[in-house]
Structures are given as structure tokens and as C-alpha cells.
Design a protein around this ligand. Structure first.
Ligand SMILES: *[C@@H]1O[C@H](CO)[C@@H](O)[C@H](O)[C@H]1NC(C)=O
Ligand SMILES: *[C@@H]1O[C@H](CO)[C@@H](O)[C@H](O)[C@H]1NC(C)=O
Length: 215
């Protein structure tokens, strides 16, 4: 070990040696988190909704959840009221597994992309690879709606961002949810959703998504 190495070692070790290993004043006796209720469905996604702070949970098509819909199928989404602790099942029309999401300027939540249907588990939920789902409220009741406008391409694991003009930037994802090691499964493009979250219809190549593949 030469002198230079020793100097470096000292330089790096000195601050570590003088820092306490742990802070003895920290007590772990009190609760950081308290169990307040149940989401009823696995919380793959959770979002606090304006303006009243209700919380939506969003899952995927499953073999089991704690909540049933009026049609006796499992719910894959729920709405939780942190004040009253009431929990409501919400239905989805398409499989939301691995969708992206963002808020619209009017406060609605929009989720984008997802997974294919799992018809042997639930024949009432269809293909979500190019889905656009909105969560809004009317008369204080929340519903997911899918008016039918779709993404320009299939996106499993999409990312989304609302821009200052209200358009939504949607990027990346997989075309089929299969191995990311195979480049032809991936979707290294972006698209823009304009007014009413309708896609402008073109998936534009995005080189950084090729370079940073898989995701
Ligand atoms: C549901 O999950 C259970 C437990 O993993 C499994 O035994 C059962 O076969 C599954 N049912 C279906 C329809 O996939
Ligand atoms: C890669 O994916 C494409 C499209 O899904 C498929 O046609 C092809 O056979 C795959 N290649 C390999 C080596 O798995």
C-alpha cells in the first residue's frame, strides 16, 4: 500500500468513522403507520383523488380479491374514503395490469395501456394493451369509463405525463408483455394525446428508449 492509497483511505474513512453508527435518540416504539382500513383489492396502483381526498386502488385481473361487483365478479379496483373508511368496488372494462397513469387538468385520473385479457379468469374484462381509462365522479359516485378511444400502439408498462397545455405525453412500454431481452417485443416510441385524451394517432420513434431498453 503506497502513501497515496493511504491518504485516499484516510480521506474516505475519516467522515465515516466520525459519524455515529446509529442515532440512539430514535425510538421505534411509536407508530409511523396505522392500519386504517382495507383496500379490498391488491394495490398495484393507488392515487389520492381531488378534490375530497378519496383514494382509488387499481389492480389487474385476478383469481381472487376481497370485493365483489354487482355481477358477482371480483373487483380489480376500489375506492376508499379515508374519513368514513367506506370502501366501494369499481369495475374496469379492460385489464389494467401495468398501465401508466396521470391526472388531467380537470382532476380526472387517466390510465393508459395495460395487459391482455385473461378470459379464463374473467371473461367480462377485455384487452387493455391500448386502453385509455378515465376515473371521474358524477353525483359523488366514482366510475371508470372507457369511451373507446385507444392508444396508437400497445403499451404494457407505459409512462405518462400531463403537459402544461393539457396534452398527455405517453411513452414506452412493451407491445406484448413478453421478454424485454427480445427487442421486437418493445415499443420505443411516444405518442401525444390531445383534446379529450384522443391520441394524435402516431407512435414516434424515441431513440433514448432504444438505448435504455428494457425500460
Ligand atoms: C386460482 O388460484 C389458486 C391458488 O393459486 C389455484 O389453485 C387455482 O387453480 C386458480 N384458479 C384459476 C381459475 O386459475
Ligand atoms: C422476438 O419477438 C418476436 C415478436 O414477438 C418473435 O416473432 C420472435 O420469434 C422473437 N425472437 C426470439 C429469438 O425469441
Amino acid at each position: 500500500m503506497n502513501l497515496l492509497t493511504i491518504q485516499y483511505l484516510f480521506f474516505y474513512l475519516a467522515p465515516i468513522a466520525s459519524a455515529p453508527l446509529y442515532d440512539q435518540d430514535v425510538s421505534l416504539d411509536y407508530d409511523y403507520f396505522k392500519l386504517a382500513g382495507s383496500s379490498g383489492v391488491p394495490a398495484m396502483h393507488a392515487a389520492v383523488l381531488p378534490p375530497h381526498g378519496k383514494v382509488v386502488f387499481l389492480d389487474k385481473v385476478e383469481n381472487y380479491t376481497e370485493l365483489l361487483l354487482p355481477n358477482n365478479r371480483y373487483a380489480y379496483s376500489s375506492l376508499y374514503d379515508p374519513i368514513s373508511h367506506e370502501l366501494y368496488p369499481l369495475s374496469v372494462a379492460t385489464n389494467p395490469f401495468c398501465c401508466g397513469g396521470t391526472f388531467l387538468p380537470d382532476g380526472r385520473l387517466v390510465t393508459l395501456g395495460g395487459n391482455g385479457p385473461l378470459l379464463w379468469l374473467d371473461p367480462t374484462v377485455s384487452d387493455g394493451f391500448d386502453a385509455i381509462r378515465f376515473l371521474g365522479s358524477s353525483n359523488a359516485a366514482y366510475h371508470w369509463t372507457e369511451p373507446g378511444n385507444k392508444l396508437a400502439s400497445k403499451r404494457w408498462y407505459a409512462s405518462a405525463q400531463t403537459m402544461s397545455n393539457g396534452d398527455i405525453f405517453v411513452a414506452a412500454g412493451s407491445l406484448n408483455g413478453l421478454s424485454p431481452a427480445n427487442h421486437s417485443n418493445n415499443n420505443p416510441t411516444y405518442e401525444i394525446l390531445g383534446a379529450n385524451s384522443v391520441s394524435k394517432g402516431k407512435s414516434m420513434p424515441m431513440d433514448i428508449l432504444v438505448k435504455t431498453q428494457p425500460y
